[in-house]
Design a protein around this ligand. Structure first.
Ligand code: DAH
Length: 342
């Protein structure tokens, strides 16, 4: 067989083998088989010794051309294989940044706070300022200035947590009224949210610690009509236009006249049920025209100014807002309950 035929054979075999090479290792093995020390092309080169000196240069040239061609083919294959391998690796290691994962636990706003926010934004919209007062309060502000003299039944030790003779845990947010009247000149328009304390039993509608929102308006020519209009607007804002508001005559030492305000029962919608003790109504706040005696004690001229005040039970209106039947749910911190307000 002459050189030409040998070269053609080697080349054809290598190109055929190249078709089936699937990895860089296989390619390396093929390269050794053809171009290595014991490779077929190397063997052909060695066999040139048997040729005559005239034939040698031509044969050498042919072999070199073939060698170059085969080397180029091997290199091309090597490049194809490495880029395919790289692509596979990239695909395998790719991270899907859009894949959903477990989210960290995120807290929710407590229903009582949700309703408080709503109430405050309602009154802020009506031009009220938010004011706060101390939870540990002087008897003087909690009772005395509110026309609750020493022998008044509301001061009964059963209701009030006394710290000493003159200091109590405030039993309502009304002392903030007195504090404000003593430090601000009318016109006054404030709402005062806060925690209050009473030596009360614990059941579905009572707790020794609860929250109120006090309201106070002092100006010239403030009437009971303003009070009714304001509370009506507040109730409709929170519960919608279908809610009915009922004013019942009542008594508070710090207002005259006084009223208690009921809203349609959320549970039976007015038919009468256990929640509303069969009345169809739920009491949510006390209110009235500020007693002139209180105005005078707090340094406001009752012949020039008048005003109204109200104290809203925050837990009550929260229960009403969401149809919560047991007040204790608002204090227990049960996540199954709280997560419903997401
Ligand atoms: N302080 C009263 C209570 O805790 C509620 C209240 C009634 C507040 C009438 C007022 C008011 O400002 O005018 O039961």
């Amino acid at each position: 067989m002459d050189i030409r035929e040998n070269l053609d054979l080697i080349s054809r075999e290598m190109h055929e083998a190249l078709e089936n090479v699937g990895s860089l290792q296989e390619l390396e093995a093929l390269k050794v088989k053809v171009l290595g020390k014991k490779g077929s092309l190397t063997a052909l080169l060695r066999s040139m010794g048997q040729l005559s000196p005239e034939e040698r240069p031509k044969a050498g040239q042919m072999i070199n051309v073939a060698r170059e061609e085969l080397t180029a083919a091997l290199e091309e294959k090597q490049q194809a294989l490495s880029s395919a391998e790289k692509e596979m690796r990239l695909k395998k290691e790719a991270i899907d940044v859009t894949e959903p994962r477990d989210l960290p636990l995120v807290g929710t706003v407590h229903p009582t706070q949700l309703v408080l926010n709503e109430v405050l934004s309602c009154f802020e919209g009506l031009g009220y300022e938010v004011v706060e007062g101390p939870e540990v309060e002087l008897d003087h502000y909690n009772f005395e200035l509110l026309n609750l003299p020493k022998n008044h039944p509301a001061r009964d030790a059963q209701d009030t947590f006394y710290i000493d003779d003159s200091i109590v845990l405030r039993t309502h947010t009304s002392p903030v009224q007195a504090r404000t009247m003593l430090t601000k000149k009318p016109p006054i328009r404030i709402v005062c949210p806060g925690r209050v304390f009473r030596a009360d039993e614990v059941d579905a509608t009572h707790s020794p610690v609860f929250h109120q929102i006090e309201g106070l308006v002092i100006d010239k020519d403030v009437s009971m009509g303003d009070l009714k209009g304001t509370l009506d607007a507040f109730a409709k804002r929170l519960y919608g236009d279908d809610i009915e508001v009922r004013f019942r005559p009542s008594f508070f030492p710090f207002t005259e006249p006084s009223a208690e305000v009921d809203l349609t029962c959320f549970n039976c919608h007015g038919k009468g049920c256990k929640m509303c003790k069969g009345t169809g109504w739920i009491e949510v706040l006390g209110c009235g025209m500020v007693n002139p005696k209180v105005l005078e004690m707090c340094g406001i001229d009752s012949s020039v100014y008048s005003g109204f005040a109200f104290g809203i039970g925050l837990e009550r209106i929260t229960m009403l807002r969401y149809g919560i039947k047991d007040m204790r749910l608002l204090y227990e911190g049960d996540l199954r309950f709280l997560r419903q307000f997401r």
